[in-house]
Design a protein around this ligand. Structure first.
Ligand SMILES: [Mn+2]
Length: 464
């Protein structure tokens, strides 16, 4: 048994025991059939994946890491896929409103989901190519209102019934977000901190309704829904009064969270931001505001990797904020210049986040979600690339002999710590990752791309 055993705790939002991935794999042969598409069809490829894994397992065993244990732990960490990658944050309110709140989706790749059924089909396609059991994260504007105009403060769990049924059919949990943008009452850039009490009340009611929907989702799916409040409020140019909106925001949040909800059904999170387009000079709900609010009220704080100054390291914040809040929500993203939402790639920043979660034993207190959207490439591929990278980074972090680093650090041997950390960067994690995909019944290596291309031809190209 390697040093790693017992160091990685299971995420609290893990699937129930009957969804043990190994059992799941055995019980769903249809999913298993996805292993073989594309270039990795042959038995010889299957054999080479197994042989490579065997060698890698020995290699890791030599430094005290049990790869079999790692893969079992990895399978228990859910990642919440965000619905808005599937349709550029359009939603289904059918009000013809433009995207606002400083959110911009660039690109016009054909085949965008136009209906809830299309979005569910696309998301199912993405989930079928991602190893493990995950979650899906909905915004309030993705409700199904049957052609009726239901304003944001009138939404109810029944408008999300189809989503709940879909999630149940896949055995996954749902997460939720009030949509405090792309609406006439957010047109001047303020919502929960608005100086007009009627507008403020409207958004408070929307967020209250959203928590009820979150609780209904969590109750019916048997896994708590994280309901995350984010607002766009801010100013393009220097405000005269920075204090007023922040005090109003605190009041609004207190009203939203006043009603106690069972944490087995709903968990509240709040998300700050550095700036937005059109809100360059002042963001009411900045990081410090929401961190303070979360600490004071023991809410989850949401750390979005794209919401800080580009030289800030989000990974370094995890062990700081978890001293003071019970749990965190992550929005894993990739900031590039002004954009906070590029598709997640396997960067040092991503590896840093995964390392912190594993080394700090924070997985059970962390809800991992994604937040990016790119309309310039196949949207389903964007989901698959970003999510597989998040899981791959966790895999690499779990395979890291971090117990050894810590021992060296305690002894003050920083030379050896640095040397081993660098050597670990070329350990054969790729063979372990491939084997994991094989065991989870999803395509190995680039073979998933052929599935996406096929789906594009079969389904997406038929959408106008
Ligand atoms: Mn975010």
């Amino acid at each position: 048994m390697g040093e790693l055993s017992g160091q990685i705790k299971v995420a609290r939002n893990a699937p129930p025991p009957h969804t043990d991935p190994w059992v799941f794999w055995m019980a769903f042969p249809a999913r298993t059939s996805r292993v073989q598409p594309g270039s990795l069809t042959g038995v010889s490829n299957l054999k080479s994946i197994q042989q490579s894994y065997k060698l890698a397992r020995e290699c890791y065993a030599a430094i005290g890491v049990n790869t079999d244990t790692v893969l079992k732990q990895l399978a228990r960490v859910p990642v919440s896929l965000h619905c808005w990658q599937g349709d550029d944050m359009g939603g289904f309110e059918n009000q013809g409103g433009a995207l606002t709140g400083g959110i911009v989706s660039t690109g016009n790749y054909p085949g965008k989901a136009r209906t809830p059924d299309e979005l569910r089909a696309d998301a199912s396609q993405a989930l079928s190519l991602i190893p493990g059991r995950h979650r899906f994260n909905l915004h309030a504007c993705y409700g199904e209102f049957g052609g009726r105009k239901v304003d944001r403060n009138e939404i109810e769990p029944k408008h999300f019934k189809n989503w709940i049924d879909w999630a149940r059919s896949l055995g996954i949990g749902l997460d939720f977000n009030p949509t405090c943008f792309s609406h006439p009452k957010s047109a001047d850039g303020f919502t929960l901190s608005h100086r007009d009490i009627a507008i403020r009340r409207f958004w408070v009611e929307h967020c209250q309704a959203s928590r009820q929907i979150g609780a209904a989702m969590g109750r019916s799916l048997g896994s708590p829904t994280v309901t995350n409040v984010w607002i766009p409020d801010g100013m393009k140019d220097s405000p005269a009064d920075r204090r007023g909106p922040r005090e109003r925001l605190e009041e609004s949040l207190d009203a939203i969270f006043k009603k106690h909800l069972n944490p087995k059904h709903n968990l509240d999170a709040v998300e700050g931001k550095l700036f937005g387009i059109g809100a360059e000079s002042y963001t009411v709900g900045m990081h410090e505001f929401f961190l303070g609010y979360a600490v004071k009220n023991q809410k989850l704080v949401c750390l979005d990797a794209g919401h800080y100054h580009p030289t800030e390291n989000m990974a370094d914040k995890i062990s700081s904020v978890l001293c003071f809040v019970p749990e965190i929500l992550l929005h894993v993203s990739r900031g590039v210049r002004w954009d906070s939402d590029h598709v997640v790639t396997l960067t040092d920043e991503l590896n840093g986040i995964a390392q912190e979660l594993v080394r700090g034993e924070y997985l059970e207190r962390t809800h991992i979600g994604l937040d990016f959207f790119d309309a310039s490439i196949n949207r389903i591929a964007a989901w698959v690339i970003g999510t597989r990278n998040m899981i791959r980074a966790l895999c690499i972090a779990m395979l890291d002999p971090h117990g050894r680093y810590k021992k060296l650090e305690r002894k003050g041997d920083y030379t050896s710590r640095l040397a081993l950390m660098e050597e670990a960067k070329t350990l054969p994690f790729g063979a372990v990752w491939d084997y994991y995909c094989l065991k989870q019944g999803v395509p190995v290596g680039e073979a998933w791309l052929a599935e996406i291309k096929g789906y594009e031809k079969r389904v997406l190209s038929k959408r106008s």
